[in-house]
Write a new protein. Structure first.
Ligand SMILES: C[S@@+](CC[C@H](N)C(=O)[O-])C[C@H]1O[C@@H](n2cnc3c(N)ncnc32)[C@H](O)[C@@H]1O
Length: 364
């Protein structure tokens, strides 16, 4: 057994509400993603330059390239060495299982731990992937011991935490309507942000060990002026999720709970600064140039309304969002809307950091 432990916070954490509603397809059921109307599809550029559709969540080769390869490149791992592999915000465990399999095939003896605040997803993981150990916990306050994790991985979780920003500055006028609610939430929960989570990851990862962090990046297509705005919020996603959750034709965030639906797309360079400030060495990082997420209105409906229960006006509302998105909703997010097969699609860059907690020096 590893030296990893639970501090008993699990019970308390379990009261945190799930970040999404229940009427959506789990990642494991999204299909293989070879179609732009399947949510979670990515365009991957192969080594020979050809481009292919792949499933971001389900495709083993994508996971290998994004996670397992950099882990193996970093690690001085010996065959049969025992490694505690923790997926931070790992959801239903689909990726943890893949990385676990891939590392195990290399001869490592892996203890895979799935940490997430969403108990329903952990329950799914327990049923479908019995070799994985689920732990309920908040990324900001993990029930894990200091220096207990050999390899950390995390995919698409950082964007649920806000970027740090100076709240004393005047608010930019383009901020979304729900900003007051966001601020209230920050004041209530102590304003936990992406930097705080990186500090927490730093605490639990062993010295001289690796963390691979992947999240939806931003700003790749933004103007220089837009890149300077580090306090913007993904209004675009708010509207989709709020419309869905509230079942209203003109969804707005009306309840504090929905604050957790915010997405904060942070540029690779900026996240690297947070990571360094938290204590990590940045081994590699930035927007990944061989993969691009694409989302259409239909793919949103296919995932979030798989049973077809949305009313026509909600469906129409989402479609209109994509139609008008380029002018109305980019707002410095760096979201890029392209016309594509007669549809509008959002291109979302994927960012990755390969981080290493430095060796402790003698006086530490
Ligand atoms: C988009 S899902 C990605 C799941 C998984 N990493 C994957 O790529 O398949 C984001 C996950 O992050 C989790 N999450 C978000 N904020 C969290 C927090 N503060 N603490 C723990 N988990 C969190 C959510 O519960 C959710 O399962």
């Amino acid at each position: 057994m590893s030296e990893l432990g639970q501090s008993g916070q699990g019970q308390e954490e379990s009261k945190i509400s799930s970040y999404e509603g229940e009427q959506y397809l789990p990642y494991a059921e999204l299909g293989q993603g070879e179609d732009f109307d399947i949510f979670g599809s990515v365009v991957v550029t192969n080594e020979d330059g050809t481009k292919e559709w792949k499933s971001y969540y389900g495709n083993q080769a994508v996971t290998k390239r994004l996670f397992t390869d950099p882990i193996l490149a970093q690690a001085d791992i010996q065959e049969d060495s025992q490694v505690v592999l923790v997926d931070f915000g790992g959801g239903d465990g689909i990726m943890l299982e893949q990385v676990n399999d891939q590392l195990s095939q290399k001869g490592l003896n892996v203890e895979p731990i799935l940490l997430d605040m969403d108990e329903k997803k952990l329950e799914q993981a327990k049923q479908n992937r019995p070799n994985i150990r689920p732990i309920v916990g908040d990324l900001a306050k993990m029930p894990l011991l200091e220096n207990s994790v050999d390899i950390g991985i995390s995919r698409m979780a950082m964007q649920y935490l806000p970027r740090p920003f100076d709240r004393t500055e005047p608010l930019p006028k383009w901020l979304p309507v729900n900003y007051a609610i966001v601020r209230k939430q920050f004041e209530k929960d102590g304003y936990i942000n992406q930097y705080d989570v990186l500090k927490e990851m730093y605490r639990v990862v062993k010295p001289d060990h690796t963390l691979v962090l992947v999240w939806p990046g931003a700003y790749k297509y933004a103007t220089e002026e837009e890149k300077k705005r580090s306090d913007n919020i993904s209004f675009f996603w708010n509207r989709i999720t709020a419309a869905k959750e509230l079942s209203q034709p003109h969804g707005r965030l009306m309840d504090e709970d929905f604050v957790s639906l915010e997405r904060w797309f942070t540029a690779g360079e900026e996240m690297a600064q947070f990571a360094q400030k938290a204590g990590f060495d940045v081994e590699d990082g930035g927007e990944v140039d061989w993969i691009e997420y694409r989302i259409t209105a239909k793919s949103v409906q296919n995932r979030f309304d798989p049973k077809g229960t949305w009313s026509d006006n909600i469906r129409q509302y989402i479609e209109e969002d994509f139609e008008t998105a380029d002018s109305k909703y980019q707002r410095g997010e760096g979201l890029d809307i392209i016309k594509w097969h007669d549809k509008n699609a959002v291109r979302l860059p994927i960012s990755r950091l390969v981080l290493r907690k430095p060796k402790l020096t003698n006086n530490e």
